[in-house]
Design a protein around this ligand. Structure first.
Ligand code: NIG
Ligand code: FE
Length: 408
């Protein structure tokens, strides 16, 4: 792949050169340098963007000519982060819950209902302003692909407007009508599942790519979750599952059984869960910001990686269990608290997230990939964990265009 695919004459191309370290994360079937696995890194590198795509990567000394040249001054470039799990369509304020948790209160899934009330009361303009503000915050920190869930409306009308508004921000929209049973259905949870799998799904499916369910004690049980996911699949949506976040349960095994692209959280796993993930194609998406913000134990990433499971990292940005947009912080947490190497964590936050979204065009910088890249004010991707909490993103290209920061 390196040193091939020169830009053709006549198209506008950009040469990004003097890259001290270029993380490409070679796509499937193209192993990186010896020992690096799929996490391919090129020193003293360059990259050519043409027509919004990566047209060439290789040593700077062998770079082809291009219409414009950007000199990165020896700094590191990596693929844009792929944040495959976020809940941005909400209104309201729950910082007091976080403060109470830090004072010893447990996290409770029922807190979602407070956000539901505020979300129902918000206008479309308010919801969109909040969500697009968060999406911009993500972009400035290097996230070039984001997934966005509904799940704080929980009526046909409110869920439909959530997915419709989310679809203006991203193509990765997830219908999460089965987030929690809303108060008006407290005495009739089966009736709520019928609503979710019937009229609500019909109203939301045209705007969504994914269906999700919060399979957890206090939210939806195994059979309810199965009904939600299979109905979504029958409506043409692909599946992802909130699984095993707050305790052991059937979520992970159900996700694998139903062929979900991702089982998210995976905090409380027994051996059968790990074996199921290892034997299937479902990605384990770990969300360490949630454990930070709820004082739960961190998921055991080493156990999953040791079993051969594909691991992704995402923020889970939401007003309750984790209100961060920073993928870099999630990388730092995964390295420090979950035993991941820096390379594993950066791969999981880029290529891993792409796998969790069944995307092959993002999360890596192989030739033909979408030209989504992040320039760090640092010589190496290691700085993402080595300098936690520091705003290291100097510039972000999305679809080949400078989208945030300043061109060097
Ligand atoms: O992924 N687990 C379910 N949903 C969110 C939390 C939502 C909330 O507390 O508002 C999560 O952690
Ligand atoms: Fe979530």
């Amino acid at each position: 792949m390196l040193g091939t695919a020169w830009p053709s004459v006549g198209e506008v191309s950009e040469l990004i050169t003097n890259v001290g370290e270029l993380v490409t994360s070679a796509p499937d079937g193209e192993p990186g340098p010896a020992g690096a696995g799929p996490f391919a890194v090129i020193g003293d590198a360059a990259l050519v963007i043409e027509d919004g795509r990566v047209a060439w990567t290789g040593p700077a000394s062998r770079a082809p000519a291009a219409d414009t040249v950007t000199d990165c001054g020896g700094r590191a470039v990596l693929p844009g982060f792929v944040d495959s799990h976020a809940h941005l369509m909400f209104a309201g304020e729950r910082c007091h819950e976080f403060a109470a948790r830090m004072a010893g209160q447990p996290y409770q899934a029922g807190g979602i209902r407070a956000t539901v009330a505020a979300t129902r009361a918000a206008t479309d303009a308010e919801l969109l302003a909040n969500a697009s503000g968060l999406a911009q915050e993500m972009l400035r920190q290097g996230t070039t692909t984001l997934e966005c869930k509904s799940g704080y409306g929980l009526t046909v009308t409110d869920e439909r407007r959530a997915v419709a508004l989310a679809a203006t921000l991203t193509g990765e929209v997830t219908f999460l009508g089965a987030h929690v049973v809303p108060p008006e259905y407290a005495a009739d949870p089966a009736g709520y599942v019928d609503l979710v799998t019937g009229p609500m799904l019909a109203a939301c499916a045209p705007y969504a790519r994914w269906v999700d369910v919060f399979c957890e004690r206090g939210a939806f049980g195994e059979e309810e979750s199965r009904a939600v996911i299979t109905a979504g699949q029958a409506a043409g949506l692909a599946a992802r599952v909130h699984a095993n976040q707050l305790g052991h349960g059937p979520g992970v095994r159900l996700a694998v059984e139903l062929g979900a692209a991702s089982a998210d959280h995976c905090t409380y796993l027994d051996d059968a869960d790990v074996a199921a993930l290892a034997g299937g194609r479902t990605v384990a998406t770990l969300l360490p910001g949630v454990e930070f913000s709820t004082r739960h134990p961190y998921p055991d990433a080493r156990r999953l990686l040791g079993a051969g499971v594909t691991v992704a990292l995402a923020t889970d940005c939401n007003p309750g269990s984790c209100f961060t947009t920073s993928m870099a912080w999630c990388v730092a947490l995964a390295v420090r608290e979950m035993g991941m190497t820096v390379a594993e964590a950066v791969w999981a936050a880029t290529a891993g997230g792409a796998r969790a979204l069944l995307r092959t065009d993002v999360g890596h910088l192989g030739v033909g990939a979408r030209a989504d890249l992040v320039l760090l004010d640092a010589p190496s991707h290691t700085y993402l964990a080595y300098r936690p909490g520091v705003p290291l993103v100097a510039a972000v290209w999305r679809d080949g265009e400078l989208a945030a920061g300043a061109r060097p």
